[in-house]
Design a protein around this ligand. Structure first.
Ligand SMILES: CCCCC/C=C\CCC/C=C/CC(=O)SCCNC(=O)CCNC(=O)[C@H](O)C(C)(C)COP(=O)(O)OP(=O)(O)OC[C@H]1O[C@@H](n2cnc3c(N)ncnc32)[C@H](O)[C@@H]1OP(=O)(O)O
Length: 280
């Protein structure tokens, strides 16, 4: 059954039900027995995050919150790529009004994911550069496939990861590792990411990944949800408040900095290198 609004969702016992948003850039499967929702990113070819998919992720998170979901598994329908990060086309030769809407929607999505009351796991079943890494870092637990890469590679593109991207990483792997990783724009292989605590577990395949994600969520079965949610809120409060307080300035920085000729040149060259690679 396709539903436009998950808030109309009625939970039946047992079974898994699939829901797709109107444009189908994400789909949601709710396990009626556990109340756990799996949110699949499905924007071929590489789940790059443009305005439309971010809007769908954002509204899905609102719906899941309203429906008191018991947990979230964030993953990709496109095995091999979790998400290629922000869609560079949103930043290259941009229409400034759309660019503003795009960034505001990214901010909203991050706030909702970072502060969601339910436990969240990223099942990283493929590469997760930049914005893809940000989504994963915003969850509470990360399970990752072998032979993939993850990291905030912005400096390699000649752009700067905003403060809240940096805080999201620092809160997981600490100041020293973050400084070293971000100044180099370093992408970590799965085993390296595990060794610095950027991810929590390595899995062989999707079945094992889903099982490990479910096992993490099960840890909260007997923890009163309100106590859990308040604790998470207190722990993440400072990071979220900093971002919310500065979001207007962050938007201004993004537009001012992102439209500079030197930055546009870097982005253009990077896009070319991606295209050449895919044609080789
Ligand atoms: C002072 C304060 C300043 C504050 C603000 C300033 C700046 C803002 C900072 C903005 C932050 C941005 C964060 C980001 O997320 S930027 C995006 C970074 N992403 C990447 O670098 C990933 C690039 N992609 C890859 O590495 C690979 O594509 C891959 C994900 C590993 C997948 O590899 P593969 O399966 O081999 O696929 P292809 O490489 O062949 O790609 C297929 C297809 O998709 C296009 N594409 C790939 N990634 C993106 C992308 N992120 N955006 C748009 N398009 C992308 C690629 O060009 C191919 O297209 P064609 O088929 O047309 O050739």
């Amino acid at each position: 059954m396709a539903l436009r609004n998950l808030s109309k969702l009625k939970i039946h016992k047992f079974g898994i039900r699939q829901f797709s948003k109107e444009a189908n850039l994400v789909s949601v499967a709710v396990n009626d027995k556990t109340g756990v929702a799996t949110l699949n990113l499905q924007r071929p070819p590489v789940n790059s995050l443009n305005l439309e998919i971010l809007s769908e992720i954002s509204s899905t998170l609102t719906d899941l919150e309203k429906n008191k979901t018991r947990g979230l598994i964030l993953t990709s329908k496109n095995e091999g790529i979790f998400s290629a990060g922000l869609d560079i086309m949103e930043m290259y030769k941009p229409d400034v009004e759309r660019m503003k809407k795009f960034w505001t929607t990214l901010q909203d999505t991050w706030i909702k994911l970072y502060s969601c009351s339910f436990p969240s796991v990223a099942l990283i079943n493929g590469h997760a550069p930049a914005g893809g890494c940000l989504l994963a870092l915003s969850c509470e637990y990360r399970v990752m496939f072998k032979n993939c890469t993850i990291g905030l590679n912005e400096t390699q593109l000649g752009i700067v990861a905003p403060q809240w991207f940096i805080s999201s990483m620092r809160n997981v792997i600490g100041q020293r590792q973050t400084e070293s990783a971000l100044t180099q724009g370093r992408m970590f292989k799965t085993e390296e990411a595990l060794s610095i605590g950027m991810i929590d577990e390595v899995v062989e395949n999707n079945e094992e990944g889903v099982a490990r994600a479910a096992a993490f969520l099960k840890r909260f079965e007997r923890i009163p949800p309100m106590a859990r949610a308040m604790t998470k809120k207190y722990i993440r409060k400072e990071t979220i408040e900093n971002m919310v307080k500065n979001r207007e300035e962050d938007l201004k920085n993004f537009v001012t900095y992102g439209t500079q000729p030197a930055v546009q040149e870097y982005l253009g060259a990077y896009l070319q290198s991606l295209k050449k690679k895919s044609k080789a």
